[in-house]
Design a protein around this ligand. Structure first.
Ligand code: 5GP
Ligand code: MN
Length: 349
């Protein structure tokens, strides 16, 4: 993708003129949300004079801890742990950098703070249908692997970097590689020619990919792997129209001591079965059901999430929520996903 030069110049001016810049991302931040946030943070610390903070709604999974090591921790405020610092940081900001989400409601508790903020707001994101009215400057491209890849292209266009990845701060390079790795499911999905060009440049700049892979994928608990076995063997259902679903209730989560992030990646697995075209993971979470949806090309996880699960996301990776008892989830999925797939088939006929 070609980044618009006028817009990167405008962004550069905004970054250089800000005294207090706050970076925000979506609730339950994943690797791309955290990677783009810490990448931006380290870039701004090196290349601007602003006071830079990261404000999160809630904490990220432990596999991402390596991104926030060092002095950055003092500049990171998590709303559900310290609402005052999070609120004050956003209220005092003169510039808000919004990463990896398309509308304020995706930040949960931060939403009203963002709405009432008078700061200039920049969006850098790759989700469908950005809420354009909320932002002053928008970099949005749904046809890109990750927000990290889009941010990489923006940073490369900055005069301070001059299209030379070796001039990125080391932590920025590591963070960008991390988000791109997790959002492509370790380069299994959404890989574009530009994705590999960025990987090549970042490896050339000295990013330790082996270490990133070890941190992301090989530091799990024993109980997580045993849970995965249980889910795939005992709890996976497949409907006649090729929808796979798994319902993970609270009781099973307690039994296997499930921590935030432990189920990351599980929803993709049923798509390895030839007849499965959509896969759904339902997780009971403080009285509600969290929904993760993945689909094969030709079936829209995004549309299904928007129409039936109060959510959205990308074409083949989306999510949402349901306000029904966990006991009613199987019937709900069987009915709504069947209706959805039938309708989609009729449209394609
Ligand atoms: P995951 O299944 O990994 O939680 O989410 C997959 C994708 O769906 C992510 O890009 C995420 O932004 C999006 N997504 C997840 N939950 C929701 C939701 O409740 N609402 C919307 N609009 N998008 C969601
Ligand atoms: Mn993303």
């Amino acid at each position: 993708m070609i980044i618009n030069r006028q817009e990167t110049e405008q962004l550069n001016t905004m970054l250089l003129n800000s005294a207090r810049t706050v970076i925000v991302t979506h609730m339950r931040p994943d690797g791309d949300a955290m990677g783009s946030s810490t990448a931006m943070y380290h870039y701004l610390k090196q290349h601007t004079t602003a006071d830079v903070r990261i404000v999160l709604n809630d904490r990220f999974q432990h596999t991402l801890d390596f991104l926030t090591e060092g002095p950055l921790v003092q500049d990171m405020h998590i709303f559900i742990e310290d609402s005052k610092s999070a609120t004050d940081s956003i209220a005092d900001a003169d510039l808000l950098i919004c990463l990896d989400f398309n509308a304020f409601h995706r930040t949960d508790n931060l939403c009203p703070l963002l709405e009432s903020s008078t700061a200039a707001k920049v969006l850098i994101d790759h989700h469908l249908y950005p809420d354009t009215s909320s932002f002053d400057l928008i970099f949005s491209n749904p046809e890109i692997s990750s927000t990290c890849e889009l941010l990489y292209q923006i940073l490369m266009a900055m005069p301070q970097i001059g299209n030379d990845a070796t001039r990125l701060p080391k932590e920025t390079a590591t963070s960008l590689m991390t988000g791109m790795t997790t959002d492509t499911n370790n380069f299994a999905n959404s890989v574009y020619p530009s994705t590999m060009l960025m990987v090549s440049a970042l490896l050339g700049a000295g990013v330790d990919r082996d270490n990133i892979i070890d941190k992301l994928y090989n530091q799990h608990s024993e109980s997580r792997l045993r849970l995965m076995g249980h889910l795939m063997k005992d709890l996976l259902s497949i409907t006649p129209d090729g929808a796979a679903y798994i319902i993970l209730d609270k009781k099973t989560q307690d039994e296997y001591n499930v921590q935030e992030g432990d189920t990351e990646g599980f929803v993709n697995m049923p798509l390895s079965i030839a007849k499965v075209r959509m896969s759904i993971l339902i997780k009971e979470d403080s009285g509600r059901l969290r929904v993760s949806i993945r689909s094969r090309k030709g079936t829209s996880a995004n549309k299904c999430a928007r129409l039936h699960f109060n959510g959205g996301g990308h074409e083949n990776a989306a999510g949402g929520r349901l306000e029904i008892p966990v006991e009613a989830a199987a019937e709900y999925i069987e009915k709504h996903v069947h209706d959805y797939l039938i309708e989609e088939d009729e449209k394609n006929d």
